[in-house]
Design a protein around this ligand. Structure first.
Ligand SMILES: Nc1ncnc2c1ncn2[C@@H]1O[C@H](COP(=O)(O)OP(=O)(O)OP(=O)(O)O)[C@@H](O)[C@H]1O
Length: 238
């Protein structure tokens, strides 16, 4: 179990994370959903050790936060990522896997082929499209062998077929890994509805309703309803 207890983070006087407590089970896919600017990336950055929290603690299967063992058991795919353009796709994945204790190199030829990257795997990443880079990140995430995978908008920018493939692969990956995905995509929420968390007003709360009612739940608690009504006032039908 990956647990977060009373995590807090402010930037100047902006209390972004007010009191975050949550638990993400192993062998399951959890989804975090929330408005732009609600603090999802800040939370991911704290979990991955890129940003320091003001308060609170994090526990990965009783492994101390930010220890080497912790880093070896967690893989993070940020939404805004940089890949070294001077490496080939295959070299990059090999490099990532070499830093983890239980990587699965045997799956690499299959996955590069599945994502139609066999012919490009030895070409430099600087020549890859955004979607191709995303696929490379997916391949790393699927083979790195970490206990937990955190991914911010992992399916965005991928074509429809690739999203379907990736979702099926994640269903297999969850048999050995706790997966936490930040997503705004309704398709993703409908595919993995078991453990949804709503980020709002600096808190993370479990969402136990029907996924199809989630937009209405967000609408009724936020200002969306008001904003939609204002559009009708500002764009009156001629
Ligand atoms: N380094 C920083 N310095 C100052 N403010 C920051 C910093 N990082 C994030 N913030 C602020 O924290 C808030 C949450 O930002 P964050 O990127 O975590 O949101 P998000 O939920 O990931 O948004 P999005 O869905 O748009 O990616 C925003 O108000 C942002 O301006």
């Amino acid at each position: 179990m990956f647990t977060i207890n009373h995590l807090k983070k402010s930037f100047d006087h902006n209390d972004v994370l007010k009191d975050i407590s949550a638990s993400f089970p192993k062998n399951n896919i959890s989804i975090i959903v929330g408005a732009n600017g609600s603090g999802k990336t800040t939370l991911m950055n704290i979990i991955s050790g890129l940003v320091v929290a003001d308060n609170g603690n994090i526990d990965l299967d009783d492994i101390p936060y930010n220890s080497q063992h912790y880093s070896e058991n967690l893989f993070y795919v940020p939404s805004d990522f940089y890949l070294p353009g001077f490496l080939s796709g295959r070299e990059y994945v090999n490099f990532v896997l070499s830093r983890y204790p239980h990587p699965n190199y045997d799956l690499l030829p299959y996955l590069f082929s599945l994502f139609d990257l066999t012919d490009s795997q030895n070409k430099l990443l600087e020549g890859y499209s955004f979607g191709m880079k995303k696929k490379v990140q997916l391949i790393a995430a699927l083979t790195v062998g970490s206990k937990y995978l955190f991914a911010d908008e992992i399916f965005s920018g991928l074509d429809f077929e690739t999203v379907l493939l990736a979702e099926e692969l994640f269903l297999k990956l969850r048999e050995s890994t706790g997966i936490v995905i930040v997503s705004h995509e309704m398709n993703t929420l409908e595919k993995f509805p078991q453990n949804i968390w709503l980020m709002k007003s600096g808190l993370l709360v479990p969402y136990n309703g029907d996924v199809r009612s989630l937009p209405d739940a967000i609408k009724s608690t936020g200002k969306l309803g008001e904003k939609i009504a204002s559009i009708k006032r500002h764009f009156p039908i001629a």
